[in-house]
Design a protein around this ligand. Structure first.
Ligand SMILES: Cc1cc2nc3c(=O)[nH]c(=O)nc-3n(C[C@H](O)[C@H](O)[C@H](O)COP(=O)(O)O)c2cc1C
Length: 345
């Protein structure tokens, strides 16, 4: 078992990454059902939360089936971040995570996200303020450093541990790299192997297959891995990795029935969470990703993208089941999409 504060997780837990506009409660429920051991919300602005913006409040919602769940906050002001941490405390997630890794210019300019990597003293003060203001275990997610010339994650890890964080997740890139190049896990391993570090260290960046997960587990010795882009449209990667780590065998690709079931499950949870109209709209980006690889499935695209009645959408999903009954899905490599390609530095 692995412990974060009072949370018990299996050995080598698999974490769903916080992802803006992706890691919402319905998606987290699906990821939990397909094998994620700990899930995170998309990042939430501490300022927005304090001003009680409806969108931010909604981001605090958690379904019981998805737990354990970490709520992620960002902000560059100690008092405001601590105040937001108190608000989060009331909603009872299992833990509170602070984002010191977001590379997006608007966030960095507020002195938040990965911007804080340039000022470790501020990072320590922000973290300490959070730790002191909440009863929840506080964790941090960050990157290797600001740029190639300032990879300060080893110092960051020690100093944040000293002010009380209970786990650290490191994305193996610098802020200036955004998503370019390959994630470098060697510095993550250095943090993990530092005898001063006793908190769990999770590695993050570019895991897209069971084989890579095992290879990185063995090579870098991290306590668990966090996965983001690869599970968008393919949450089954969690169970595939767990199975491979336990048996050394690859599971067959998810069947058409499983894929349609996930579409229905997430649609039902979206309706429950957002209501009939927003629930239907928020699912539109997901269907074709889940059904990717079915020959000719695009024929159903127009219906899935335009129908507004949940029952009618469910009926289309049933038609897909009928059409592809007995069809065997092939396993295809998961591409790493560069979501922040056009993000200005
Ligand atoms: C669409 C998208 C949204 C993201 N939003 C967040 C976020 O809200 N908070 C955060 O810490 N990281 C965010 N990230 C970064 C991921 O959590 C993760 O660190 C990164 O994608 C690298 O992991 P991967 O290679 O497994 O995708 C986001 C990434 C993507 C692709």
């Amino acid at each position: 078992m692995l412990q974060i504060g009072n949370i018990q997780l299996p050995d080598f837990p698999l974490l769903l990454a916080p992802m803006e506009d992706v890691s919402d409660p319905p998606f987290r429920v699906v990821c939990k059902a397909t094998g994620a051991d700990l899930v995170f919300t998309e990042f939430i602005s501490s300022e927005g939360l304090i001003r009680d913006a409806i969108r931010c409040r909604r981001k605090l919602d958690i379904f019981d089936e998805e737990r354990p769940t970490g709520i992620q906050l960002f902000g560059g002001d100690e008092e405001r971040l601590a105040m937001a941490a108190k608000i989060v405390d009331v909603t009872q997630p299992e833990l509170l995570d602070i984002n010191f890794g977001c590379p997006v210019k608007g966030i960095v300019a507020q002195g938040a996200g990965a911007g804080v990597l340039r000022d470790v003293d501020l990072m320590v003060r922000l973290t300490e303020a959070c730790v002191k203001s909440t009863n929840l275990p506080v964790t941090v997610k960050t990157r290797l450093g600001w740029d190639d010339a300032s990879k300060n994650i080893e110092e960051v890890a020690e100093r944040l541990q000293d002010v009380g964080i209970k786990a650290l997740t490191i994305h193996g890139r610098t802020r200036c790299q955004l998503y370019k190049g390959e994630a470098d896990w060697s510095l993550i391993a250095k943090v993990k192997n530092n005898p001063r570090i006793h908190i769990p260290v999770f590695g993050n960046g570019d895991i897209n297959s069971p084989q890579k997960a095992l290879e990185y587990k063995n090579r870098y010795g991290v306590d668990g891995i966090m996965i983001g882009r690869s599970v968008i449209g393919y949450p089954w990667l969690f169970r595939e990795i767990r199975h491979y780590l336990q048996t050394g065998e690859l599971l067959p690709a998810p069947t058409v029935v499983e894929r349609v079931d996930v579409c229905k499950h997430q649609l039902r949870k979206s309706l429950q969470w957002k209501g009939a109209i927003a629930g239907v709209y928020s699912m539109r980006g997901h269907y074709l990703r889940y059904l990717k690889g079915l020959p000719g499935v695009k024929e159903f695209r127009t219906q899935l993208m335009t129908l507004t009645e949940p029952e009618a959408i469910m009926a289309v999903l049933d038609d897909i089941l009928l059409r592809y009954e007995g069809y065997t899905m092939e396993r295809t490599p998961i591409e790493m999409v560069n979501y922040h390609e056009n993000c200005p530095l």
